[in-house]
Design a protein. Structure first.
Length: 228
């Protein structure tokens, strides 16, 4: 039996992402979020428009998307209700957020140098995606109360770093879903993945058939950087 209902949020379960960016003074910001999905080597990110992370992304044109595993839940939770914006935006202040400049320090996570962007990687995260901003779009501009409050970013991944232990044996360009256990956010609560239930019929399609031209574009950038 289905009933009609009106939940305040529709966060039905997505992986947590820690977005690292560079502040105006060269220090690092680190923000947890879960409104993200992937299309090839592109990521679509939904963020509060007045937060520090989208401000940094617009200014620098880059970021790193760090995906924590389930065992990093405590570190991620220490970042909750903190913001790199000073003063704290009114909307966040009403929700109990506080200003925190040293996000890496309070989380206990470690910044590591990236190869193609200035923003740091998070050393402890098993998956780290260096990315550049290709586009940003305002959301709900038709609503007076929501206008200028939400933004989406399209980012292009140009370097993928993966912890070796979660790769398939003998297939260095494939992540093993039985070894990778992302941290999941569902209705403001943290979860991990359970064991596989059943393979999808889509598994019959070789992954290489989904390969994006962005992969070759990233390789070209690497060659140029090496020769320069």
């Amino acid at each position: 039996m289905h009933v009609t209902t009106e939940p305040a949020i529709l966060y039905l379960g997505t992986p947590v992402v820690l977005i690292s960016t560079v502040n105006e003074d060269g220090s690092y910001n680190l923000a947890p979020m879960s409104s993200a999905f992937w299309l090839g080597w592109r990521g679509i990110l939904g963020l509060a428009a007045t937060s520090k992370t989208p401000q940094n992304m617009r200014r620098t044109g880059e970021c790193v998307l760090n995906l924590p595993s389930a065992d990093l839940v405590a570190a991620v939770n220490r970042l909750a209700l903190t913001t790199g914006s000073d003063p704290v935006p009114a909307g966040k202040l009403a929700r109990g957020y506080r200003y925190e400049k040293d996000k890496f320090g309070i989380s206990g996570l470690t910044p590591a140098p990236s190869e193609t962007v200035q923003a740091p990687r998070v050393l402890e995260c098993p998956v780290q995606l260096e990315a550049v901003v290709e586009a940003s779009h305002a959301v709900a501009e038709d609503d007076d109360k929501l206008r200028r409050r939400i933004a989406t970013f399209e980012v292009r991944v140009q370097r993928v770093h993966v912890e070796e232990s979660i790769l398939m044996r003998g297939r260095p360009d494939h992540i093993d879903p039985d070894k990778w256990r992302p941290l999941i956010m569902s209705f403001q609560r943290f979860y991990g993945l359970g064991p596989e239930l059943h393979e999808s019929n889509l598994v019959r399609i070789p992954e290489k058939m989904y390969r994006s031209p962005d992969v070759d574009r990233a390789r070209t950038r690497l060659k140029v950087a090496a020769s320069g």
